[in-house]
Design a protein around this ligand. Structure first.
Ligand code: ATP
Ligand code: MN
Length: 269
């Protein structure tokens, strides 16, 4: 009778790549002679891997984490369409506890890697805005749920397709996302209407913008309202991305090119 080990060996049979998500040095070294391409996907390349994809967020959702890794590895030429890879990652603790076998396929591409790496705005800026939105989603404003809309990148064009709802508190300031003081300001101003506009380099260009993009051809999921429609549509009309925190369901969603690319629950972070 086949042992468990024999039966489960098929999970790693004939793979072209091994994707190690946030491996320790000893785990990375253990696979030194595995004979397949090793790709490390982590926040930092602490193990000095030759093939490395930087993770901008933890991605609690494992499918998102894997998609980001696969899309990044494809983009960087570490693997190609049709390759079979096995992903080693941790779902519950710090140590790897899960193996996922997946075929690299153009059809699994969700745009999650492009959202961070291939946007007009710098990857660090995109990550910083996500962090503000997640934080705001977790805590709300003084305990109450709050919504927010951040339009990131291509700010000149975004300003042309919007109008002010109120005076712009960032008018003459030169403040950037990621600065702790600025994050406090963003949270404070999120109680009021409209969108924040952020430049490619992370400068807060404006608060209280009413977006007026053409919504033609924008197909956002039913049930989402005007904030999400405006956020989605502006990313079709410009090269910006939009990061939207919903006041009603508490989710953070990201749009690019008019499409919903990513949906995360702040409570999981
Ligand atoms: N075109 C727009 N530009 C900027 N902000 C907008 C626009 N439309 C709506 N908003 C903002 O979104 C807020 C919520 O609107 P609405 O409830 O229709 O959106 P929603 O997509 O359902 O978002 P939520 O899930 O947060 O309720 C409005 O009070 C306003 O501040
Ligand atoms: Mn609503």
């Amino acid at each position: 009778m086949a042992t468990l080990r024999d039966s489960l060996g098929s999970l790693v049979a004939d793979v072209d790549g091994l994707f190690l998500f946030s491996p320790s040095a000893s785990v990375y070294e253990r696979f030194d002679d595995s004979g397949v391409t090793r790709v490390v996907i982590a926040a930092e390349n602490g193990v000095e891997a030759d093939a490395f994809v930087e993770l901008p967020l933890g991605f609690e959702n494992v499918r998102d984490r894997i998609k980001f890794g696969v899309e990044g590895a494809m983009e960087r030429g570490f693997v190609a369409e049709g390759d079979m890879v096995v992903c080693s990652l941790s779902m519950f603790g710090d140590d790897a506890d899960s193996l996922v076998r997946v075929r690299v396929d153009e059809s699994m591409r969700s745009g999650i890697y492009d959202l961070f790496i291939d946007s007009r705005a710098e990857p660090g800026v995109v990550r910083d805005v996500f962090e503000v939105a997640i934080d705001l989603g977790k805590k709300g404003q003084k305990g109450k749920p709050v919504g927010a809309l951040f339009v990131v990148g291509d700010a000149g064009k975004v300003m042309n397709k919007s109008r002010p709802l109120s005076y712009n508190p960032f008018e003459k300031s030169h403040v950037h996302v990621g600065d702790p003081i600025v994050n406090v300001m963003l949270k404070e101003f999120s109680r009021l209407d409209g969108a924040f506009v952020v430049s490619d380099s992370g400068k807060i260009v404006s608060a209280y913008r009413y977006l007026e993009p053409s919504a033609e051809g924008v197909d956002i999921p039913k049930g989402l309202g005007a904030r999400h429609m405006a956020g989605g549509a502006i990313t079709r009309d410009t090269n910006a991305i939009a990061i939207v925190l919903s006041e009603s369901d508490g989710m953070v969603r990201a749009f690019k090119g008019g499409d919903l690319i990513l949906e995360i629950d702040p409570e999981e972070y």
